[in-house]
Design a protein around this ligand. Structure first.
Ligand code: TXA
Ligand code: MG
Length: 338
């Protein structure tokens, strides 16, 4: 499973083979970005899921700047990014179950919430007052090169203003945060396009805190154990899973087969041919393609609403299997009352 999970399962991840291994020695931009992090600065970095807003996870001032720049509520903890499971094990306690998950899916789109080590050295702001910490080893070669050049844990939420649509292109970061941060590393379009799947490992139990770029079924299959989905009312488990999130400016209606004539439409599969403002997530009903297109399509539909004075955006129904679970989660939150 370990070798090439991404390469085998995610077509978009072809770039993982195509892009040469990067390092601070071969790429001055990586060395520069690592120096900016070491000086307490903020760097937007590409990952295979979405672009992250990176800071030194051990530096209180740098981490506080992430919250300020995003307008993020201080109760919403951050993910600490690491190079590998060895680095992660210095920050949190790994149970055998957590080790199996990391071995199966790292580097990749899986975040593990684990008990934080007292001696982790992480800024307490990263965990926002919890005694756990969320850890992920990203697969994107630029993120990996930056982690290696910087040599420590990197705190990074998605690089968007809090509550907005996550960035899947460097241009998305530039538009919304460009003048507030120190560097933007351009790694091209995010191959997966949805944030990582977040699982809390609680003794023998696995609790899904956020569906994401790693299909939940694959996690359950890899460990031979069910992944529990907490009820919506137990919101305390996932402090950042606010009901309204990923929100475009326009109003969004979901599970719509037939959009109104004055709506922009996010289609999935063969689209109504006579509908003017259609953005097709995947004409062939491919959930990987739909995931990779989702956030850019939401932005484009939003822009069409503003430009043409439309009533809002309607989104087609998508199946709830595989990446569909995470796509539907994002659409539901984008459509939630603000
Ligand atoms: O794919 C991703 O995960 C991207 C890339 C940049 O790595 N990052 C990302 O970060 O999506 P962010 O901050 O947008 O979402 C992190 C989520 C939040 O919902 C937060 O509440 C949750 O992780 N989280 C972080 N630490 C946690 C903890 N200790 N316990 C429970 N949830 C936690
Ligand atoms: Mg986010």
């Amino acid at each position: 499973m370990r070798a090439g999970y991404l390469a085998e399962n995610l077509r978009g991840a072809v770039f993982l083979r195509a892009v040469p291994v990067m390092s601070a020695e071969t790429d001055p931009q990586i060395a520069d970005a690592a120096a900016v992090l070491a000086a307490g600065g903020l760097v937007a970095m590409p990952t295979e899921t979405v672009y992250g807003l990176a800071a030194d996870a051990r530096n209180d001032h740098a981490v506080a700047r992430i919250f300020a720049v995003k307008g993020r509520p201080s109760f919403n903890p951050l993910i600490a990014h690491v190079a590998d499971v060895e680095a992660a094990a210095r920050l949190a306690h790994f149970s055998p179950l957590a080790e199996r998950l990391a071995a199966a899916f790292w580097p990749g789109p899986l975040t593990l919430v684990l008990p934080r080590r007292a001696e982790s050295g992480l800024s307490l702001l990263v965990s926002a007052g919890l005694d756990s910490v969320a850890l992920r080893a990203p697969a994107h070669p630029i993120a990996r090169a930056l982690l290696s050049a910087f040599g420590g844990p990197i705190a990074a939420p998605s690089a968007n203003p809090s509550g907005g649509v996550s960035p899947t292109l460097a241009a998305h970061v530039r538009e919304s945060l460009g003048d507030k941060i120190d560097r933007i590393l351009d790694g091209g379009p995010a191959a997966i396009g949805l944030e990582s799947t977040i699982v809390k490992v609680d003794g023998p139990r696995l609790i899904l805190l956020r569906p994401g770029g790693l299909p939940t079924e694959m996690i359950a299959e890899a460990v031979g154990a069910p992944v529990e989905r907490p009820s919506i009312s137990s919101g305390i488990e996932a402090p950042g899973m606010l009901e309204s999130h990923y929100a475009p400016h326009a109003a969004l209606r979901i599970n719509i087969e037939t959009p109104h004539p004055d709506e922009a439409y996010l289609a999935f599969g063969p689209a109504p041919t006579n509908h003017a403002h259609t953005f097709n997530l995947s004409p062939t009903r491919d959930l990987q393609e739909a995931a990779a297109n989702l956030f850019a399509a939401l932005r484009a539909a939003d822009a069409a609403v503003a430009h043409f004075g439309l009533a809002g955006v309607a989104a087609a129904p998508l199946p709830q299997r595989g990446l569909g679970e995470a796509i539907n989660d994002r659409l539901r939150r984008a459509a939630a009352p603000r």
